[in-house]
Design a protein around this ligand. Structure first.
Ligand code: GAF
Length: 367
């Protein structure tokens, strides 16, 4: 790894990588014990690492253009929290984490809702587990990476992004039950159906993401309490309809209907009906816009323009308040749909969007 050699003057002991993700469907369902269906992107965070004999970590990041050093007594802020949080969580779990020199680079777009932070945590976790020969089965790693983000970095996320980054397989979407953590790898071969998934980074400035995200999570927990269930996974539309609070009713309705849309999407994909998932994607967007209220004008514009240009379905992906839209389109129509979205953005005076075609890729690995 050339960056590692440039910083530390020698080749690393090993190089590891973990991807960003898009979520095909199932938004904000993860922390409600529900279902999600993400797939990994080819974009990934790469970590070169060499083991040290002392409990000290030096980390250089190409994107931050910064090097930090910390030990077990340091509380690390900023981007380094996603690295130090992983060391912290592994030690909390009782592992003897080796000290290390690390060099990190990434082509996961930052702040675009494509899980750049989960890619960083997952790459560092995979590297430290391998370097230290730690006995940590793959299916238990996402929970620890999530805990690092929740308790060290302070973002109350669910378990989807770390699961996608660690457990996805190339050519497949990851059907994850966020309560049991059981997974099924669902073949998602859009190309042989003559289709493509177009990702449109709206580049809309994120607005109050962490606060709004935490507020949605709190509303869901409040609705579950009012309904007398452990999580919104356990309720029904008719029970939700009786909630007296109008806002809680809409928040809970999104979760209940979104879980069903994930199950319906999985059923269609299991029987090879790829194009047919389009209307479920579009319905998911409507539910995020009207019931969960996590979209912004740029993402609504992108969805409407993609649908008008012939997309079979389109929706915002990720936590919301900006970020990316996914559109399911004919493989021959990607340029045309991307151009239609760019035109709609120009007409409204928005910054030009950045489109790319997403291919379901592999999860975290040693290179
Ligand atoms: C963010 C969170 F990190 C995930 O856990 C998930 O809740 C997602 O938003 C919304 O589905 O990416």
């Amino acid at each position: 790894m050339k960056q590692f050699v440039a910083v530390y003057g020698a080749e690393p002991d090993g190089v590891w990588a973990a991807p960003g993700r898009v979520n095909l469907i199932g938004e904000h369902t993860d922390y409600n014990d529900g279902f999600v269906l993400p797939f990994a992107l080819p974009h990934r965070t790469v970590v070169g690492a060499t083991r040290l004999d002392t409990p000290q970590w030096t980390v250089w990041s190409e994107q931050a253009d910064e090097q930090i050093t910390f030990d077990l007594s340091t509380r690390v802020p900023g981007w380094g929290a996603y690295v130090a949080g992983v060391v912290w969580v592994l030690r909390e779990a009782g592992f003897d984490v080796p000290g290390a020199n690390l060099a990190i680079t990434s082509d996961v777009p930052l702040g675009a809702g494509l899980s750049s932070s989960a890619a960083l945590e997952s790459a560092v976790l995979t590297a430290l587990v391998d370097l230290g020969g730690l006995d940590l089965p793959v299916d238990q790693r996402p929970r620890l990476a999530q805990q690092a983000e929740n308790e060290y970095a302070g973002m109350p996320c669910g378990i989807m992004d770390q699961s996608a980054s660690i457990r996805c397989r190339a050519g497949h979407a990851l059907f994850l039950d966020c309560r049991t953590l059981e997974v099924e790898h669902i073949p998602f071969d859009v190309a042989s159906a003559g289709l493509a998934v177009l990702v449109i980074d709206t580049r809309a400035p994120h607005r109050h993401v962490t606060g709004e995200y935490a507020a949605r999570r709190a509303s869901c927990e409040e609705a579950a309490r009012a309904l007398g269930v452990p999580a919104l996974r356990d309720t029904t539309l008719s029970a939700v309809a009786d909630l007296p609070d109008e806002v809680l009713r809409r928040r809970a309705r999104h979760i209940v209907t979104e879980n069903q849309r994930v199950l319906d999407t999985v059923d269609l994909l299991r029987s090879g009906q790829v194009r047919e998932i389009g209307p479920l994607m579009t319905a998911s967007h409507g539910s995020m816009r009207d019931d969960f209220e996590i979209t912004v004008p740029e993402v609504d514009t992108a969805v409407e323009a993609a649908l008008s240009a012939g997309a079979y379905g389109a929706r915002m992906t990720g936590g919301g308040f900006g970020g990316c839209v996914l559109a399911l389109v004919d493989a021959t129509a990607t340029d045309q749909v991307a151009a239609a979205v760019a035109e709609a953005f120009a007409a409204r005076g928005y910054a030009p969007p950045e489109p790319f075609v997403a291919v379901p890729s592999a999860g975290a690995t040693r290179l």
